[in-house]
Design a protein around this ligand. Structure first.
Ligand SMILES: [Zn+2]
Length: 407
């Protein structure tokens, strides 16, 4: 009990100091959720005991909360436009974040988000800004427009159309944390914790990622994956070019969530450990992870077909097809993007294999090719100016699939 009172007092005391520093009152305190991360620099530099450290933590959190444009959520549009270290103007080393004063705007404009400054996918008009209560001259508005056009659009830093995507989630349930687009709602999505400040700090423990390379290498035989191949394959599980469906299948299988027959047979009497496809051909092979996603003759057949059809420059080996292509240390950006395409292709193939397996159906070559084609077309459509799209087109991957499909 005593501890609780003490903590609350301490929190109140800290809040008082922050209120003074930031010019806030308890009622306007939540405004800090709408500020750009650079606004906290002053308080951090004051080196106040505890507080400066916490605020630095929160600043880090702000920076990490922002995402790149993606088809799942709208955090990039909800990011504050002013004082944001990720939204800069100027040249080279002299790049600076924007401030309201630069456009003759008052301090209250600092909560405007990047998305607020666009309407109907165009920079907001002067009238619309004035209607929202922000007085701005014609010249200042035009200068703002110029900056906005430089920042957002195809081939620009924010390589997307400034339009909110529809978030896919159950409307009857609270929005899951990773789909919430602004810090204010994100913070109030937690049930536990008392003071709003405390909530922030409990959610910013840095994640240390420890990868058990031995465990992953234990999944394949006769071939070894390098630490880099395994790390890349785990990074690829966050790949923005594939939909979650593909990422989930692979991630479940890699992390041992998918049960294979050799495993199930241990504790289910009615399950045999043999691979069903091989059994149909009269061969008894125990079905484990590697057999199901790589060694099984029907999987091998599909993999070789995909490699030949697309003329892929890679070895068909467990370390490559299950994990990822090795990235040579001196590889150029362009070469890495080509390797990523191959990784993406094997990720799609793995999902098709695992899906057929769970549905107990045979893998159909035509479906494999049309699913590959669909996905490559989608990447080119959604990320037209990305290097990956350029490489998909220049290596004629879609054309090769189309050609095979009409045969
Ligand atoms: Zn088999």
């Amino acid at each position: 009990m005593g501890e609780k009172v003490c903590n609350n007092r301490l929190n109140d005391h800290w809040c008082d100091i922050l209120d003074t520093q930031f010019g806030l009152t308890p009622n306007t305190r939540e405004n800090i959720y709408e500020w750009g991360a650079n606004k906290f620099e002053n308080v951090i530099n004051l080196n106040l005991p505890c507080i400066s450290g916490f605020i630095r933590g929160y600043q880090e959190f702000c920076k990490h909360f922002a995402t790149e444009p993606n088809p799942r959520e709208n955090r990039w549009l909800s990011a504050p436009f002013f004082n944001n270290p990720k939204i800069l103007w100027g040249q080279g080393r002299n790049k600076k974040s924007f401030t309201p004063g630069q456009f003759g705007l008052k301090k209250d404009a600092e909560k405007l988000t990047l998305g607020d400054l666009f309407s109907n996918q165009k920079p907001i008009t002067r009238d619309a800004l004035i209607n929202k209560g922000y007085n701005i001259t014609v010249l200042q508005r035009n200068s703002l427009e110029k900056h906005l056009i430089k920042l957002v659009g195809h081939g620009k830093q924010f390589d997307a159309t400034p339009k909110k995507v529809t978030v896919k989630c159950d409307p009857n349930k609270p929005t899951p944390g990773h789909l919430i687009d602004n810090i204010k709602d994100y913070m109030s999505s937690f049930k536990k914790g008392s003071a709003p400040i405390r909530k922030i700090f409990t959610s910013i423990k840095p994640l240390t990622l420890k990868i058990d390379h031995k465990k992953f290498n234990g999944k394949i035989t006769g071939d070894k994956a390098s630490i880099n191949q395994i790390t890349t394959s785990l990074k690829n599980l966050q790949c923005k070019y594939l939909s979650n469906d593909y990422l989930d299948y692979k991630s479940r299988a890699l992390h041992g969530k998918t049960q294979f027959f050799s495993n199930l047979a241990h504790y289910k009497h009615n399950v045999q450990k043999w691979c069903k496809h091989c059994l149909e051909m009269g061969i008894r092979t125990s079905e484990d992870f590697e057999h199901a996603v790589y060694t099984c003759p029907q999987v091998q057949y599909i993999m070789h077909m995909v490699k030949t059809t697309l003329d892929l420059n890679c070895d068909i080996r467990p370390s490559v097809c299950i994990f990822s292509c090795p990235r040579p240390p001196d590889a150029t950006k362009n070469e890495i993007s080509k390797l990523l395409i191959i990784d993406i292709i094997w990720m799609i193939v793995m999902k098709i294999i695992l899906k057929n397996r769970s549905e107990e159906s045979r893998i159909c070559e035509i479906k494999v090719m049309s699913e590959l084609k669909q996905n490559l077309e989608m990447i080119v459509r959604n990320f037209p100016s990305h290097l990956i799209s350029h490489n998909i087109i220049s290596s004629n991957l879609i054309l090769k699939l189309k050609f095979e499909l009409v045969q």
